[in-house]
Design a protein around this ligand. Structure first.
Ligand code: KIV
Ligand code: ZN
Length: 509
């Protein structure tokens, strides 16, 4: 079995995509998940991009012990200096530098002659190498580069000390056969690649990122760059969960293995989706709600006779529990804690207490509480929050019919103060949001998304609201959870407004 390294770029390429930005506490939470998952490399960010990025790369470098931590850098001295300052305290730091090698990028973006790009590769790889032995070089837009030129770029990088060379399909343009042929060509033409890691970084613009990565592995690549849930620029990157489970399920073909702890996959996926305020598409491979459901009679019959008829991998292998223990209002704190442990949650005493109080409150509204409810409750009550809660919902009342204008009264608390407003609106949610606006008077903003999902089956299910507001050139997320969807909506809106106000205050100094 060949060993394939998993390089996770959820915190860099993933976080770079619209609506996926995370605060420091959230990034640390994801990094902890990635370490449990046992990825080989965590790309923690692009240190020079902003002071916030620098701080998170540095904090992740200090926190993570069992993975290499990398920072991205353009092939310039300033970027490399900054990347090194951010990762230098990591147990195993890596500088990841890149420059484009395609004619299009060199002429129009870099405005550099090809020979100057080659010189820059040599000089900047050597420059990074002064700081650290673990240096990765990426030839951006490699799949649209002239293969001979690309081979020379790879030779230069290796000669200057690169220990990893990455071949990105930056715009998701290549195909599996082409990717395999390109890697085979590089392995053949640049025998020095035998002494280093040869890496892939595929974008998903044509839906082929996973297929291209797997084909590149067959061609001889030894590292795959990917993200949890396939997050990333535009249509995303290779999904970590897909590539890992494909390698494992079809080990007969790939003859490769990773060190990933696959039972942590579902937890990592859920953590990332919760943080960015999204849920997996129902049919998403491995982590979607339908991935292991068998609805049609023929399939159910087959699965009952023998699971293997329609299941090529088990839900347990990716950390999805099938038997669903039900808790209720008579369940005590010990049963609650023990069950959370079984689900893989390790909570602090404070978090446990908060979750248990919420659990008891939920028991008064909902007869039975299953794993999905518990996961939602724990995730909501253990959020990596940085923004202080300026405004808090105290109480609300709405009146709505299908023949009159809806009215909402809202009472918010700010410290010791209570603030009330009454407003009319086009439906109860509009009226309630309007009343919040009348109290807070936030800057002009628009709704980027507003989604409502049920956590489990049954009419008394928890309503899970995720919304995103756009204002001041950014998006602000809010999340609310309640058996009452109007309450959940107000909670989500107040949270997003708190974030918007905090950002505005920071900007105004
Ligand atoms: O897509 C890409 O080319 C990248 C590189 C910076 C590795 O993200
Ligand atoms: Zn990329």
């Amino acid at each position: 079995m060949r060993k394939i390294k998993i390089f996770d770029t959820t915190l860099r390429d993933g976080e770079q995509s619209p609506g996926c930005s995370m605060n420091l506490a959230e990034k640390l939470k994801v990094a902890a998940c990635l370490e449990k998952l046992r990825v080989d490399v965590i790309e923690a960010g692009f240190a020079i991009a902003s002071p916030g990025d620098f701080a998170s790369v540095e904090a992740i470098s200090k926190a993570v012990k069992d993975c290499t931590v990398a920072s991205l850098a353009r092939a310039t001295k300033g970027d490399i200096d900054c990347a090194w300052s951010a990762v230098r305290q990591a147990a195993d730091p890596r500088i990841h530098l890149f420059i484009a090698t395609s004619p299009l990028h060199m002429e129009y973006k870099l405005k550099m002659k090809p020979e100057d790009v080659l010189t820059q590769i040599t000089e900047m790889t050597a420059y990074a190498k002064q700081y650290v032995s673990n240096v990765e070089f990426s030839a951006e837009d490699a799949t649209r580069s002239d293969p001979e030129f690309l081979a020379q770029a790879v030779r230069n990088a290796i000669a200057a000390g690169a220990t990893v060379v990455n071949i990105p399909d930056t715009v998701g343009y290549t195909t599996p056969a082409e990717m395999r042929a390109l890697i085979e060509y590089l392995v053949r033409e640049v025998p020095e690649t035998a002494g280093i890691e040869l890496s892939l970084h595929c974008h998903n613009d044509l839906g082929m990122a996973t297929a291209n990565s797997l084909a590149g592995i067959l061609g001889g690549a030894t590292q795959v760059e990917c993200t949890v849930n396939g997050l990333g620029e535009r249509s995303g990157n290779t999904s970590m969960e897909e590539v890992v489970m494909a390698l494992r399920t079809r080990a007969d073909i790939y003859e490769c293995e990773t060190r990933i702890e696959t039972t942590q996959i579902y937890r990592a996926s859920k953590t990332v989706y919760d943080i960015i305020g999204q849920t997996a598409p129902l049919n998403k491979p491995i982590v979607g709600k339908n991935a292991f459901l068998h609805e049609s009679g023929i399939h159910q019959h087959g699965v009952l006779a023998n699971k293997k008829t329609y299941e090529i991998l088990t839900p347990e292998s990716v950390g999805i529990r099938v038997e669903n223990l039900v808790l209720g209002k008579h369940s005590g704190k010990h049963a609650f804690e023990a069950h959370l442990k079984e689900l893989g949650y390790e909570l602090t005493q404070d978090e446990l207490l908060r979750c248990f109080t919420e659990f008891k409150a939920l028991c008064d509204k909902k007869k039975t509480i299953n794993d999905a409810d518990l996961e939602a409750l724990v995730s909501h009550n253990t959020r990596a929050e940085e923004t202080e809660e300026r405004y808090k919902l105290d109480w609300f009342a709405v009146h709505t019919t299908n023949f009159t204008t809806a009215t909402a009264t809202i009472c918010l608390r700010r410290g010791e103060e209570t603030l009330q407003a009454v407003s009319l609106g086009d439906g109860p949610i509009d009226a309630a949001f309007q009343a919040v606006d009348d109290i807070v008077k936030p800057v002009e903003h628009a709704f980027a998304t507003f989604t409502i999902q049920s956590i489990s089956e049954g009419k008394d299910t928890l309503g899970d609201i995720n919304l995103k507001l756009s204002a001041l050139g950014r998006t602000f997320r809010g999340h609310g959870l309640s058996t009452d969807i109007i309450e959940a909506s107000i909670l989500a809106y107040v949270e997003a407004i708190n974030r918007l106000c905090a950002y505005q205050n920071k900007q105004e100094g």
